[in-house]
Design a protein around this ligand. Structure first.
Ligand SMILES: CC(=O)SCCNC(=O)CCNC(=O)[C@H](O)C(C)(C)COP(=O)(O)OP(=O)(O)OC[C@H]1O[C@@H](n2cnc3c(N)ncnc32)[C@H](O)[C@@H]1OP(=O)(O)O
Length: 454
């Protein structure tokens, strides 16, 4: 996935960004402060890793409780930093990444790293350890041929400085119990199963329906960002249901809707009872709700919205265009709220841009700024036909549009628009008309988003 494209250095022309050659370093390392060093981690350090995690994310469990939970890490992708003074756990910082070998992008799939567990012990913060780790992460992505890095951001301002852009949104709802749904022919032909969610019994069904739901959403078009749980550690992470993450709710349940014995949708959920002077009611948290067509979606949400003793139903991580939004007769009553879902980083710009399709014919030269990954900096010509193959090559030509790699990342999965970024001054149009044409091409008819947290 690495670009071998080389173009001339040439003198800088007004309105252009110099094209770099591959002789330049692939990324700009951020040095560790004196006395700190990277260390590989493995099973023997599991307790140290979870101990640092309890410092970084104060979720409640003791180190021993946390250490007894499923280990979701792939050790070859997990790196620590030790400091000069060691500290209690000996680890000053750590990060890992999940391997998404077939991460969905518009009309294609691109090898991707899912960055996670980024944490620095409070005693070692604001010394540049996170910045050094992100530089290390980019270098290993390039070595592995992973053109993208994606993540969920714990705090909004953290990742823009590293060239990540808000690449997808999800919608959060508070749907009143009994909210009316419009009728969909065929919905009442579905049968429903309500069961305790079990990795042994349900993972085959869940994986198959989840993959099918992301593959062909609109006439063969996929849902970008719809990451699958590709490995056993990712599966274990998703199915793990530790008490400290339940917030007083019951253990996880699952509702499955079937047509003629074939699963067509499922949703995981958990309830909590609230019994006070107003009566008996409580919230229902919906974890992952997936349906393969309108009728199965109608059947699924019909069950979720009619659970007894519930006050409201709280879905989580729904795509911004999820069918339930159109099924609700009164969407306003569900108080929809958009929340940033995946953040995206184009670690290898040409591989990423050639790895997706475009929603309109495109031929545009992008002048890309990238402070952190030098090989991305320069002019890139993107060519493709609508919903067909695309190419991206280093261009010895003036840029039609100039933008930072962060803005490119925020439209890469098809969310937002280049034109909107242009209106905010974040994309500069050098060739009249190029912004409108590129905005149409970079969009995608299916809203991007992931349905689970990693
Ligand atoms: C994908 C994920 O894993 S998301 C989870 C991220 N982790 C967390 O939120 C856990 C709690 N926080 C931490 O562990 C740490 O504070 C981290 C990882 C966020 C930052 O680690 P540090 O080593 O202190 O960061 P570092 O010193 O490299 O600072 C990098 C830059 O980010 C800024 N920064 C660091 N933390 C924050 C913050 N919480 N809010 C805003 N800016 C921040 C710094 O000011 C610095 O800015 P600069 O580049 O303009 O100088």
């Amino acid at each position: 996935m690495r670009s071998g494209a080389v173009a001339s250095r040439g003198a800088r022309r007004p309105g252009t960004i110099d094209v770099v050659t591959t002789e330049r370093p692939p990324y700009t390392p951020h040095p560790l402060p004196d006395g700190y060093r990277f260390v590989p981690l493995d099973d023997r350090r599991w307790r140290d890793v979870v101990d640092l995690d309890t410092w970084v994310f104060p979720l409640g469990p003791s180190t021993d409780e946390h250490a007894s939970e499923a280990n979701p890490l792939t050790w070859e992708r997990t790196v620590g930093i030790v400091g000069p003074d060691g500290g209690e756990a000996g680890l000053a910082a750590q990060h890992t990444s999940f391997p998404f070998s077939r991460f969905p992008v518009p009309g294609g799939r691109v090898p991707t790293a899912g960055l996670s567990w980024v944490g620095v012990h409070p005693q070692h913060r604001r010394r540049g350890l996170a910045s050094a780790m992100i530089g290390h992460h980019f270098a290993t992505c390039l070595d592995r041929g992973e053109a993208l890095s994606v993540l969920y951001a714990s705090e909004y301002p953290l990742y823009g400085r590293y060239g990540y852009g808000r690449g997808a949104d999800d919608v959060r709802l508070r749907i009143p119990r009994g909210a009316r749904l419009i009728d969909v022919p065929g919905a009442d032909r579905h049968t429903v199963r309500l069961e305790h969610a079990s990795q042994e019994r349900h993972s085959g069904l869940v994986n198959a329906v989840h993959a099918a739901a992301g593959a062909d959403v609109v006439s063969g078009l996929n849902r970008p960002g719809w990451a699958e749980r590709e490995t056993t550690p990712m599966q274990d992470l998703w199915w793990d249901d530790p008490e400290h993450l339940r917030g007083g709710f019951e253990t996880r349940r699952i509702v499955i809707v079937e047509l003629d014995g074939e699963p067509r949708g499922y949703a995981t959920f958990r309830r909590k009872i609230v019994w006070d002077a107003d009566g008996v009611q409580g919230p229902v948290q919906v974890g992952e709700a997936v349906a393969l067509d309108a009728a199965s979606a109608r059947a699924l949400w019909g069950v979720l919205l009619e659970l007894d003793l519930a006050g409201e139903v709280l879905p989580y991580l729904l795509p911004a265009d999820d069918a339930v939004l159109s099924l609700l007769a009164d969407r306003r009553a569900a108080r929809p709220r958009l929340v940033d879902n995946l953040w995206v980083r184009l670690v290898d710009v040409p591989a990423a841009l050639a790895g997706r399709q475009y929603a309109a014919d495109v031929d545009v030269v992008l002048g890309v700024r990238d402070r952190r990954v030098a090989r991305n900096e320069g002019a890139w010509r993107v060519r493709g036909t609508a919903f067909g193959p695309a190419t991206c090559e280093a261009a010895d030509a003036p840029a039609d549009l100039e933008l930072d790699v962060r803005e490119l990342a925020s439209v890469y999965l098809g969310a937002g628009s280049l034109a909107a970024l242009g209106a905010a001054g974040l994309v500069v149009e050098r060739t009249p008309g190029a912004l409108a044409r590129a905005s149409a091409a970079f969009g995608w008819p299916v809203a991007p988003g992931a349905s689970w947290f990693f």
